[in-house]
Structures are given as structure tokens and as C-alpha cells.
Design a protein around this ligand. Structure first.
Ligand code: AVJ
Length: 319
């Protein structure tokens, strides 16, 4: 059976040119860095789903347990007619808990990984025949736009998984302000935010025994090699992830095993032995710290849920 979804094209058409320019600029900078949004090609999105199942990676199962417990309350806060909007929908698994509780008429999934997005929203449409399913491919580092049906109807926006943690605090503020401007007064933002905790628990989550996070990190180089005409060899780098307590963030790096020169699109970049490419930040917040940030973007705090071990938080904010 083929199921119809409504697809909205938002992503700049020259996706690959954008990636090439950004990757070249990041490799030319000191220290070298890349944006975590480039992790999510088809293989990267699939690896991320496997990370979510690792015993050390507590955020996914903890957020799911919180949502399972809070879904009824969330549905009441959102009201009976709110369409549901999901930012960074990925495999669209967690949102099923909200769909079951809210039974909205319309759902819009937004994600940067287009083929993955289309697959998962098709599956959603097949499993929820009463639901009008929309999909839009978009990059959250540029201002978002919403289709009229959603922007005007006081939607509930759902931003799960602590994806907000990928932004540094000024970017997170800009993102929340943009969202606040898009959501009419009276609409809600349900957002999952990872909490500051014991450094051993944090570091284990980004250094799983099975090596899936390492493979996810190294896949970025494989993507650069195949999509950007590069000779970079992922095996010449090692995964390194640690908690930077002063900055309240997990940092992921790819460390060069030896001195080497990497070519990308006719440009050469030199790595010293032990030099790193900084590939991701994942910021952690206290409840109060995140509420402060949200307040500066114009959001009020309506409700909050955490788990018994205070690993993860889900905030219901109002616009
Ligand atoms: C999707 C950004 C929330 O920061 O935990 C998981 C990505 N990176 N393991 C996170 C990620 C390495 C994840 N976010």
C-alpha cells in the first residue's frame, strides 16, 4: 500500500553546495570544526537510531518514559483542536505517544534528513489512517517557516530528544525566538532537554561499549569522502567524546592518529598527530537554566516533567 503524505519543500535546493562551503570553512578554521547537522545522511540517521537503543544512551528511553506518563496531561494542555508539529522528527517514534493521547487532525514532521523523513512519515500515515500527515525538509540553523494550516491554528510544537543541545546558548536563544515568533499566542512548545548530571553517566552515553557513537561520529568523514570529492580516510581518525564542565556540554571530536594531509574539493588541510576536528557540542541544562533561556525568548513555563533520577526534562512552554 502506498500512503499519501503532503510534502513541503523548504530546504535550499543546493544542499550539497551548502555542505561543501561549510565543511571547507570549518576545516580551514582553527580549531577545525564541522556542524553536527551533517551527521544525518541516510547511514548517519540509521546509526543515530541504534545509538538510541544503547544501554548507556539514557536520553531516548528516559524521555519516552516521561512522555508515556505525561501524554494525557499534555493532550489537555494542548486542547482538542491543536495540530501537532514535530521538529527533528527522525524516526517519528516518540510522537506516537502524543498522537495516541491527542488524536489531532494534522501532523507535520520537519527534519533535515529528507529520505529518512519521507520514510518515517509514510510509516506514520500508514499506522494512523485518520491523521493528515505532512512532511517538510528543513535545516534548523536557518529561520523556519510553517505552512498556513499549522501557523494559524495554535499548534503544539514538539522538539524532542534534546536536539536544542546542539546549539550553543546564543544560537539556542535565536532558534527559540524564531519559534516564538512563528507560534501564535496560546500555542505550546513541548521540548525535551537533557539535564546536567554525574560526568560518568554523561560520558558513558557518548562512549558506548558497542562503538555505535564512534561509528556515527566517523561516518561524517565517510560522508565527506563520498559526497565532497575527498580522500579523507576515516580509519586515520579516532572518536573522542568528553564532558566540558565549564561550558556544560559534551564535546565530540575526531582526533587525527598521525600527521596527515586531507584533500577536500581541491583544497588541502593539514592535521598534526593528535589534532582534532570538533564535530559536535551537546549542551546540558538545569531546569532553572533552561527556563531562563526560554523566558528570554518570550516563552512562559506551564508544566515540567522529569524522571525519578533527574536525568532528563520535558518542558511545556507557552507562547
Ligand atoms: C540528537 C543532538 C540530541 O546530543 O545526544 C547522540 C546527538 N550525538 N550521540 C545528543 C548525539 C552523539 C544527540 N542529539
Amino acid at each position: 500500500m502506498s500512503v499519501a503524505i503532503h510534502y513541503h519543500e523548504h530546504y535550499p535546493v543546493n544542499q550539497r553546495d551548502g555542505m561543501r562551503d561549510e565543511v571547507l570553512a570549518g576545516f580551514a578554521a582553527t580549531p577545525k570544526h564541522t556542524s553536527p547537522k551533517y551527521f544525518y545522511d541516510a547511514r548517519g540517521s540509521a546509526l543515530f537510531e541504534i545509538i538510541c537503543q544503547q544501554p548507556e544512551y539514557y536520553p531516548t528511553r528516559t524521555e519516552e518514559a516521561i512522555l508515556a506518563r505525561a501524554a494525557g496531561e499534555i493532550a489537555e494542555l494542548a486542547g482538542p483542536d491543536a495540530p501537532l508539529l514535530e521538529l527533528g522528527s527522525g524516526a517519528s517514534r516518540k510522537v506516537r505517544l502524543l498522537l495516541d493521547a491527542m488524536q489531532p487532525c494534522r501532523y507535520l514532521g520537519i527534519d533535515i534528513s529528507r529520505d529518512f523523513l519521507i520514510d518515517s512519515t509514510r510509516r506514520l500515515a500508514a499506522d494512523y489512517p485518520w491523521l493528515e500527515v505532512h512532511a517538510a525538509c528543513a535545516d534548523f540553523s536557518t529561520p523556519l517557516q510553517l505552512p498556513d494550516d499549522f501557523a494559524k491554528a495554535r499548534p503544539l510544537a514538539f522538539f524532542p530528544g534534546s536536539s536544542i543541545g546542539n546549539f550553543d546558548p546564543p544560537q539556542a536563544l535565536a532558534f527559540l525566538r524564531n519559534l516564538h515568533g512563528l507560534l501564535p499566542v496560546g500555542s505550546g512548545l513541548l521540548i525535551g532537554v537533557d539535564l546536567i548530571k554525574d560526568v560518568r553517566v554523561l560520558e558513558a552515553a557518548y562512549n558506548d561499549e558497542a562503538g555505535v557513537t564512534a561509528a556515527f561520529n566517523l561516518n561524517l568523514l565517510e560522508r565527506i569522502r563520498t559526497e565532497l570529492d575527498s580522500d579523507v580516510n576515516p580509519r586515520a581518525f579516532v572518536h573522542h567524546a568528553f564532558y566540558n564542565a565549564a561550558a556544560k556540554r559534551i564535546e565530540m571530536h575526531l582526533v587525527s592518529k598521525r600527521a596527515q594531509t586531507v584533500q577536500i574539493a581541491d583544497r588541502c588541510f593539514h592535521f598534526q598527530a593528535g589534532e582534532s576536528l570538533h564535530t559536535e557540542n551537546s549542551y546540558k541544562y538545569s531546569v532553572a537554566g533552561f527556563r531562563q533561556l526560554a523566558a528570554r525568548a518570550g516563552f512562559g513555563a506551564l508544566a515540567l516533567w522529569t524522571d525519578p533520577n533527574a536525568l532528563f526534562s520535558v518542558h511545556y512552554l507557552c507562547s
